[in-house]
Structure formats: C-alpha cells, structure tokens
Write a protein that binds this ligand. Sequence first.
Ligand SMILES: [Mg+2]
Length: 127
Amino acid sequence: MAEDGSPTPAAEPPRPHLPAGATMADFQRYIHDLEAFHGWLDVDLVHNCFLMGEEVGELFKAVRKVNRLFDEPEKGPAGATAERVAHVGEELVDVLNYLLAIANRLDIDVEAAFRAKNTANLARTWD
Ligand SMILES: [Mg+2]
C-alpha cells in the first residue's frame, strides 16, 4: 500500500531480454519471461499444443505462398521473394515460440534433448 493509503499497483513483470549470442537455455528463459510479461503462463500444455498447431498451419500457408500453389495466376509468378521468405521466417518463429513454451511447461532442456535425439538419429537408419 502506498503512503497515501492507495493500493500499490502490481509490479509489471520485467520486459524480456535475449542477449546476443544467446544459448538455447537463454531462448527458453526468454519465452518464459515473454509469457510472464503478457500474462500467458497459465495457458496450459494442451492449449499451447493447439496454438502451435495453428502456427504450423500459418507456416505451411506461408510456404505455399512462396510456390503460389493454388493461387490465381493473375496474382503473379511463384518465387521466393524476400517478402515471402521473411513471412516464412516470421511463422517459423511463431512455431518455435510455442515449441519452447511447451518444453518449458514440462521442464525439458531443449538443448540436451536436441543433442540426445540427434545423436540417436545419427546411429539410426530409415528403410
Ligand atoms: Mg503466425
């Protein structure tokens, strides 16, 4: 409570910061801080999976736009223009953000999981 008796406003969570040369742990911490900043930490695991699925759809649409699949010819030629590629990049980040949010909810160390899984994949064969 403030000196004048008025209620003290709740402290705003710190603005997230991602340092240059960030590690994967830094990225996971950034997403935690971003969710705290926006008040999204209570969004549960399953909802984050659904939201990531929506973003995967947006990513696929952005990739489709690169190739102009199913678009009317008058909208222009297919091709990886800088604008289209930038949009794919934006949607990749949306997917990554949810992936890290999901990992955070399960206390998964993404770097350790990445290394372990890809080490296993190196020894694996696909028929
Ligand atoms: Mg998106």
